[in-house]
Write a protein that binds this ligand. Structure first.
Ligand code: GLY
Length: 435
């Protein structure tokens, strides 16, 4: 039987993981991809948020399914443009992507539907926002309302810092139009985890929880990043807590979006804070797969991915709905290797050595993100360069395998954390991978 033709949009490790998983079942083309993807699948040039170019790529690749990786094209309406042109698309419509495109929409939506989240207020006037911050008298979280490439959130540690962030976002225009409106919200503490669910507009398939490491340096220090590594499943998400996440967060979100005429078809990524006594609070929703979370979620998947994405795209998961897909025993762990200067100003053009040696480590998958190829050599071409993922019988073994591979890769100025998953690992063994 002819294999289905699938077009994946994006260029990160998430798209490399999706490409690898789908290649077992389909003929995959990626737009634009990266050097690692290009070594394994067909790629097309262009930008994933250039809507006419994406429609042209879907036609050129005879796509029977388009899978959208990043948020920017979704929030710009790529799904609507492709559906109008007659394509089947995994990824929410622009109206449903509002959950990620607008933080104020997201908070108001959660309030309307009784989904647990911290108290907040929304401002379009900087004076009023500062007056609110001073009246509250404790540091707040400041969020740019619009998309800011994952950088539009400041967790202030004083009222002055709250006001400085308001000033930078609203008066200085740090994020342009995306920061002219802000959400000020109460801080919540605990362990941050995410939960992914594939949704068809009415029903869903729960995937699993994962824990990302957002700060650049070990011990959760240094600047915020897109994510420096992840593991799944995190033990803090017990079966009882998972049942609550589904009942208190995922179910009411899917129902609420349908009720509001924005049925959610695609993958819903709930960013959650779990308090010390198991309190559940939604920090944010994303409307696409997480990166690096996708690497660990797909490393554990035991079986086909395509039927889930097709079912969600068609709006009917059928018998796949309401239960988790089969997963392999044991956890997965991913370590991101980033370029010199990341996250502020990543340097590009450094030669990457040792990729074959890293890929030869048993149970390891070397996923590319910001890479390009020149004269047969792989070079750094973005902030996050590689995502080295391992699946093993336990987290210590997964970390051991991932770090063995990481240590075989070299590029000038390379940065990575040595403590991915340390919170859930055996303390003694965890020290073995930290300097
Ligand atoms: N790892 C966080 C994100 O994908 O947004």
């Amino acid at each position: 039987m002819a294999r289905k033709k699938v077009l994946v949009l994006g260029s990160g490790a998430r798209e490399h993981a999706l490409c690898r998983a789908l290649s077992a079942e389909a003929e995959v083309t990626v737009m634009p991809g990266n050097a690692g993807i290009a070594a394994e699948a067909a790629t097309l040039p262009g930008k994933a948020d250039d809507l006419p170019a994406v429609v042209a790529a879907a036609r050129a690749s005879f796509a029977e399914l388009v899978v959208v990786g990043p948020e920017a094209p979704l929030c710009a309406g790529v799904t609507d443009a492709l559906v109008e042109a007659g394509f089947l698309v995994f990824g929410p419509s622009r109206a449903a992507a509002e959950l990620e495109a607008s933080k104020s929409f997201c908070k108001d939506f959660m309030k309307r539907h009784g989904i647990p989240t911290s108290d907040y207020a929304v401002f379009e006037d900087a004076d009023a926002a500062e007056a609110h911050a001073r009246a509250i008298g404790r540091p707040l979280v400041v969020k740019a309302d619009g998309l800011a490439a994952g950088k539009g959130v400041v967790v202030a540690s004083s009222v002055e810092e709250t006001c400085a962030a308001i000033h930078a976002f609203m008066r200085e225009g740090l994020f342009g139009a995306a920061g002219r409106k802000v959400v000020l919200e109460d801080k919540v503490t605990g362990q941050e985890v995410s939960f992914h669910a594939i949704c068809d507009g009415a029903r869903f398939v729960p995937l699993a929880a994962a824990q990302d490491h957002k700060r650049l340096e070990d011990g959760d220090r240094g600047p915020n990043t897109g994510g420096m590594g992840a593991y799944s499943p995190p033990p803090v998400v017990t079966p009882a807590l998972e049942a609550r996440i589904l009942a208190e967060v995922i179910r009411p979100t899917v129902d609420g979006m349908a009720k509001e005429g924005r049925p959610f078809r695609g993958v819903l990524f709930a960013g959650l804070m779990i308090g010390e006594r198991g309190e559940l609070s939604v920090l944010e929703f994303n409307v696409r797969f997480g990166d690096p979370e996708t690497a660990v979620l797909l490393a554990r998947l035991d079986g086909a991915l395509l039927p889930y994405l097709e079912g969600a795209a068609r709006g009917d998961l059928g018998p796949l709905a309401d239960r988790s897909p089969p997963v392999r025993n044991g956890p997965a762990l991913a370590v991101v290797m980033a370029a010199a200067g990341y996250p502020e100003s990543p340097r590009v053009g450094d030669a990457i050595e040792g990729l074959d040696a890293a890929a030869a480590v048993p149970a390891v998958s070397v996923l590319h993100a910001g890479t390009r190829r020149e004269d047969g050599k792989f070079l750094t071409a973005g902030g996050r360069v590689l995502c080295i993922t391992a699946h093993a019988a336990d987290l210590d073994a997964a970390a051991e395998a991932a770090y063995t591979a990481v240590d075989r890769v070299r590029f000038a100025g390379s940065q990575h954390r040595r403590d991915i998953g340390a919170r859930a690992r055996t303390p003694q063994k965890s020290r073995a991978t930290t300097p």
